[in-house]
Design a protein. Structure first.
Length: 511
């Protein structure tokens, strides 16, 4: 956290801390579900050898409710509370000057959010909570001609499903002569509120995860490897002087840019917007240009701060710099490249084709289970959690390159609580899409999980939302965006530095 927040913002800190725990638990609940195997039919009583005994339905229901509570109640409330002290404290215009008013101000805005989200949730559940599951009608033979199966009674004990024997050759022969209807029928069922809201949250989160997750899967390996290639090296006197002059020039340019932005804002404030309101075309264009300018200024400041830190690591902090950091970045970069490559191959070979070419990663997990089952479960956790990290990385990378929204980097001792709240909201929005995508991608390996029955049955055929998942719209978007990002980063691997501040200064001076 930033030193300014050291003795402040305790409520947002608690929300952020438990939010990160919740996002991690949401994704890591999938490998626990895999190990539990409670979705296996034999867990009802007649074959419990591989069953873990945990009530995963209860665990998932808790997650389904906690995610929207954090996203639409606690995080917005904490954000409004944290930002409520904006203004001039000395002039008395800051809400923070009246402590009780910070809570009132936050609650006032939060009530508006709750009403809007509540209406959206209520109307969608009222009209879209039906799932139409395809079924095949099977007509069996006359079971009166089959040798009956007898169960020997146990004195003093009631009937138990444990007394049933597994299916044998005779049972399979009876089923083979059954009649299968050629056309599939449908069974329409209403899903409960927790499952429906999980599907709604996953659908909403997919629009962010398909973009940011794809960008992150391409950018993560590259940035880690570049961190090794651009590791600090000792400078001689000439290199030190040249770098110092370049940094000083960039600082001066950004100071000039800041002054120009300040003057421009003061001029607009004097005009008071009488001639150009926001709802006019000129007003919207001016507001968009001002936002773009401010974002570009913040981007240039962030990149300058990064270069200053690197300069210090090459000079005054060179003796104290840990040489294992770039080596660790290289190792992590290679590992992340392998995981991203495996994900691309798995999507192409297994997820997208109607008839998968090969189970690919599913076979890899099954192979691990043959000699050490824990490795298979850990592999599911690694591949799933990697997607969640890529979502955050992709958001930062996309915002830094294209300036569509404010960048919220997380750096040691330099991160404000507002950035923490933004990032935890993004992580939670991507958590359920990651779980759903992993459950679909690993459905051969995770076929006995509770979440597989929810994702691959109920949500897959849910009214309106199910079409997106059956058509694999998001899966195609994820793959295409990732490949385009690879091409873009291949042509422009490094973020721009000094040129941004110079071009921004020239553009402001030309107005």
């Amino acid at each position: 956290q930033h030193p300014d927040d050291k003795n402040d913002a305790y409520i947002p800190k608690i929300v952020v801390m438990f939010g990160f725990v919740l996002s991690g638990a949401t994704v890591l609940l999938l490998p626990l579900d895999v190990a539990n195997n409670e979705g296996y039919a034999g867990c009802d009583g007649f074959d419990t050898a591989i069953c873990g005994g945990l009530n995963m339905s209860l665990f998932w229901d808790i997650i389904y409710w906690l995610v929207p509570i954090w996203l639409f109640l606690l995080i917005p409330l904490s954000t409004f509370y944290y930002e409520a002290d904006d203004g001039m404290i000395m002039a008395g215009t800051s809400v923070g000057a009246k402590p009780a008013s910070r809570i009132k101000e936050a609650i006032k805005y939060e009530l508006f959010v709750v009403v809007i989200i509540g209406l959206i949730f209520a109307f969608t559940y009222l009209f879209l909570n039906e799932t139409a599951i395809p079924v095949q009608e099977v007509t069996g033979p006359n079971f009166g001609d089959v040798t009956p199966y007898e169960i020997q009674p146990v004195e003093g004990a009631s009937f138990s499903t444990n007394q049933l024997m597994p299916m044998g050759i005779q049972d399979e022969a009876v089923l083979q002569v059954s009649y299968h209807a050629e056309d599939l029928g449908t069974v329409k069922l209403g899903v409960n509120a927790s499952v429906f809201y999980a599907g709604l949250m996953a659908w909403m989160g997919w629009f962010l995860f398909a973009l940011f997750g794809a960008v992150g899967m391409a950018a993560m390996p590259l940035d880690l490897i570049l961190a090794f290639m651009d590791r600090p090296r000792h400078m001689d006197a000439v290199e030190f002087a040249e770098a110092q002059v370049l940094l000083r020039d960039r600082v001066n340019e950004l100071v000039n840019v800041g002054e120009l932005i300040k003057v421009e804002r003061e001029e607009k404030a004097q005009q008071n917007g009488a001639k150009r309101g926001y709802f006019t075309r000129e007003g919207r264009k001016a507001a968009a240009e001002e936002k773009k300018t401010l974002l570009q200024f913040k981007q240039a400041v962030y990149l300058l701060d990064e270069d200053v830190e690197d300069f210090r690591n090459c000079t005054e902090n060179y003796k104290n710099y840990n040489p294992l950091i770039p080596i660790g970045c290289l190792v992590l970069g290679i590992c992340s490249f392998i995981i991203s490559l495996f994900w691309v191959l798995h999507i192409i070979l297994y997820v997208l084709p109607k008839d998968p070419v090969t189970p690919f990663l599913n076979d890899y997990f099954h192979w691990f289970d043959k000699w050490f089952p824990l490795f298979g479960v850990l592999s599911v956790a690694i591949f799933s959690f990697y997607l969640l990290i890529c979502g955050v990385k992709g958001c930062f990378k996309f915002g830094l390159r294209f300036l569509f929204f404010q960048v919220h980097p997380m750096k040691l001792n330099k991160t404000y609580m507002s950035s923490f709240l933004f990032n935890i909201g993004l992580v939670l929005l991507c958590a359920l899409p990651v779980v759903q995508f992993s459950a679909v991608s690993f459905q051969d390996y995770a076929r006995n999980t509770t979440i597989s029955q929810v994702v691959n049955v109920q949500l897959k055929y849910l009214r309106f939302f199910g079409w997106f998942w059956r058509s694999k719209i998001f899966d195609y978007a994820l793959l295409i965006i990732m490949l385009l990002t690879c091409v873009y980063l291949g042509c422009k691997p490094r973020d721009s530095t000094g040129k941004n501040s110079i071009s921004l200064r020239d553009r402001l001076r030309s107005r």
